[in-house]
Design a protein. Structure first.
Length: 159
């Protein structure tokens, strides 16, 4: 397994993985899928995109960018996606750990998650194990694909 900055040759695989999570409708707030054009733009606009590869194939990714602007621009935000048939192999943990390193290198002071779906217990346990602190819950903040609502949890990590 290799972790590295993405390159243009990775984008089609990244789009596929990203869209898979969007399609599942239980983690990302996005409802629109990326196509080749919008995917290239989306990933290029991030402060950093990392990929996990296994035997040269992209199996996971993360995006890192400011959570806000101006006086709050020192706070980063990130999203993670792992290919569905590769989950359970600790790829997410490697992505989050690399993201923390890259965020610090980019000068961010904090990493904040605005909308971790409460029933996403695997992600929540991972974040808490890595030292993220939950700072609150927003009731019914996430609309699931089936139309039901779940609470969202806010987390932060000091870099």
């Amino acid at each position: 397994m290799e972790l590295r900055k993405y390159n243009e040759d990775d984008v089609l695989a990244m789009i596929q993985i990203w869209n898979e999570v969007v399609e599942e409708g239980v983690a990302f707030p996005q409802v629109d899928y990326l196509d080749e054009e919008s995917g290239h733009i989306f990933f290029k606009e991030q402060s950093y995109c990392g990929v996990a590869t296994d035997q040269g194939k992209v199996v996971g990714l993360y995006i890192l960018h400011p959570n806000n602007i101006g006086r709050c621009g020192h706070i980063a935000n990130a999203s993670y996606a792992v290919k569905s048939d590769c989950r359970g192999q600790h790829i997410g943990e490697k992505l989050v750990s690399d993201c923390l390193v890259q965020a610090k290198k980019l000068g961010f002071k904090l990493l904040q998650f605005n909308a971790v779906v409460e029933n996403n217990v695997h992600a929540r346990h991972l974040y808490e194990r890595l030292g993220f602190v939950q700072i609150g819950t927003v009731p019914h903040g996430f609309c699931m694909k089936d139309g039901s609502y779940q609470n969202i949890c806010l987390y932060y990590y000091e870099l």
